[in-house]
Design a protein around this ligand. Structure first.
Ligand SMILES: [Zn+2]
Length: 334
């Protein structure tokens, strides 16, 4: 039988004996995998808790993924970064010279921190490290603009790398070269992280943002071609009342499935389990079916129990959880 991976993310995990009850519910719901967030704060203050939580997850037969949730703000995650407050040299710099509250993927000191984060994770013996949406600072208002005035990063390290590659100083306006440079920097950053993950004997997953953006990777072939990437995926979340969920998720699933097949990777699709209006829980099933139809066998939902404990929760978390669970149970019988 082909491998089926059905996961859910879990955050707010600080009290292991409480988490244990949720882990049992996650297993009961049909999940095979749990994605634990491991933020800067967790790294600094909650290592014993995470070690116990990973062990408890394994004891229940769950595969464990760890996620650099909001680390340096250069990954996805609804949390803050202390790194960029403590060391201003880590920060990205905007095209107008302003320091931004997000770490630069090219800064060696940020990469040093991430090596320490990986070392710590490796001690807990997870199966996978989940590199979630690595990116430069995103200016939503500037996206779609061919000549945005505001973009990042123009820090000394980026300027040095740009000049080394192109033989002239980095311009202060967006050009095709700057766009290419930024994309290749995120590809290089992803390769660095996945290589370091593999060196620890852990599998590496990379999740790409599901929209064209000058601050991340648009040419997904470059990401899929990274040898150390084992699992490549995206998170095509839909908006409330979006009518074409199956088509939307199906389109991204086909793109991932095609790349995964061509580059011999496992393809993963994330399913929205937060910010769902009451009565729209059925869209979860539509999305899962669309991904399944495209050949995706690695699914994960953000987040446990309709994310009921965070502001962006679903309106009816029990209904969301029940729907996800019914879908997962059904897939396990196929
Ligand atoms: Zn930079």
């Amino acid at each position: 039988m082909e491998k089926l991976s059905l996961g859910v993310s879990y955050y707010g995990n600080r009290i292991p004996w409480r988490v244990k009850e949720d882990l049992a519910a996650i297993r009961e719901a049909g999940c095979t995998t749990v994605v634990h967030t491991f933020s800067e704060e967790d790294h600094q203050f909650y290592q014993p808790a995470m070690e116990q939580i990973v062990a408890d997850s394994h004891a229940l037969g769950l595969e464990v993924w760890l996620d650099p949730w909001g680390v340096g703000q250069a990954f996805g995650g609804e949390t803050y970064s202390a790194l960029v407050m403590k060391d201003l040299k880590l920060r990205q710099v905007s095209s107008t010279g302003e320091l931004l509250p997000i770490a630069c993927p090219n800064q060696p000191a940020f990469r040093d921190y991430l090596m320490k984060w990986i070392d710590t994770c490796a001690r807990f013996k997870p199966e996978v490290l989940f590199w979630d949406e690595p990116h430069f600072h995103i200016y939503p208002e500037a996206e779609g603009d061919a000549q945005p005035k505001l973009w990042a990063c123009c820090c000394a390290e980026c300027k040095k790398l740009f000049e080394k590659r192109f033989g002239h100083p980095m311009p202060d306006r967006m050009t095709p070269e700057v766009r290419l440079f930024k994309e290749d920097c995120i590809v290089d950053f992803s390769r660095f992280l996945c290589d370091a993950t593999k060196a620890k004997g852990i599998r590496a997953a990379l999740c790409l943002l599901p929209f064209e953006n000058s601050s991340t990777i648009n040419n997904w072939e470059k990401a899929a071609a990274i040898p150390s990437v084992d699992i490549i995926g995206t998170d095509p979340y839909w908006r409330p009342r979006q009518p074409d969920v199956a088509r939307h998720v199906g389109r991204f699933s086909q793109r991932i499935a095609e790349l995964a097949g061509r580059f011999h990777k496992e393809g993963q699709i994330w399913i929205l389990n937060f910010n769902i209006p009451k009565g729209e829980e059925g869209k979860i099933k539509e999305a899962i079916e669309a991904a399944w139809e495209a050949g995706i066998r690695n699914l994960a939902a953000w987040s446990y129990f309709g994310a009921s404990y965070i502001s962006l929760k679903a309106e009816d978390p029990p209904a969301v959880w029940k729907t996800l669970s019914a879908c997962y149970q059904d897939l396990r019988k196929r």
